[in-house]
Design a protein around this ligand. Sequence first.
Ligand SMILES: Cc1ncc(COP(=O)(O)O)c(C=O)c1O
Length: 382
Amino acid sequence: MEKKFYGYSRQHIDDEDIKAVVEVLKSDFLTTGPKVAEFEEAIKQYLSVKHAICVSSGTAALHIAASIMLNKGDKVLTTPNSFLATSNAILYAQAIPIFVDVDNQANIDLDICEDMLKKDNSIKAIFAVDFAGNMVNPKRLMYLKEKFGVKVLEDCAHSLGAVFEQYKAGDCAFCDVATLSFHPVKTITSAEGGCIVTNDDYVAKKAIVLRNHGIVRNSEDFIYNDDNPLYFEMQDLGFNYRLSDVHSALGISQLKKIDYFLSERRKLAKNYDSAFYNTPIRPLHLNSNSSYHLYVVRVNFKELGKNKSDVMKLLKTKGIMLQTHYIPINAQPFYRNLGYDPNSTPKAIEYYKECLSIPLYVGLSLDEQEFIINAIKSAILN
Ligand SMILES: Cc1ncc(COP(=O)(O)O)c(C=O)c1O
């Protein structure tokens, strides 16, 4: 029998998804057709947000959002505990990321943000990331936004489906713009894909132009007159960040199942919570409102006389591929070369030494989960 491998996350594709994609492949439009608008409409409905602009990846969404929101030289508070794409987008816009240390949830520490904002009124924005699917406190973000006049961007790559009291990740009730990712490990997938969501008409209009080479097609917005019926104007330096109809069809089909996906993830997370209760394997957050993109545990390996990489290697021999989210971004050589120092965020370093992302995805059976729990306990506690 072929050995099974358990990664930290993976997609869940059913026959309906396949049918939806095949229908588009047989249709007239593989791209710039009706499915993109249909997917955008479905996202708008789901998040109760005014605008949704689909793009080719979560990174493209961040790039466009940063290009619109930031100016050259702007100082932007962000987290070292994210995928590189978040702070890279700030750099693409020629702005300056400032890495703020993490709190106990491994999210950006808003107390530190507040202190920094009090001391430096040249800070222009906060790029928050809902790490692992656990929302950065929306009320506090809204307070900082209002008190200090900063722009707020929410990177919801992990948190589609997460809620915090009356707020939903990506509903833009407390931020200027939010970005989504539909990479296969995320809550829903379109294979590759992303989305910019906002209630701001200007941001939406600009995002639509930037995702398609900076091209404007609406004659009311033309700068020059030209009677060529196919006339268009390039008014900005944009990109080809369009999402195809093939990807959109998959996204539409997946979004229909999001409630099921979330309930399965939360059920599995609860099982892990109980299995590790009162052990040195400490779940990062016991928060049922998380979308549980990741299930992260923290282990003080030093205290247990264990070595993290030995534990990871041992579990790999059993087919269990643990991950570490994330190596602090400011520890990356590229960022060090720009002058960043990971020691400026000591809690992120400490967290990195202790964190493990363990398998959590729709389709993981209870038997498989039990096998994973026993193997992890045995590797860490024995
Ligand atoms: C927090 C975060 N932001 C942005 C991205 C980029 O998304 P994509 O892979 O769709 O470009 C990722 C991807 O893993 C992510 O984890």
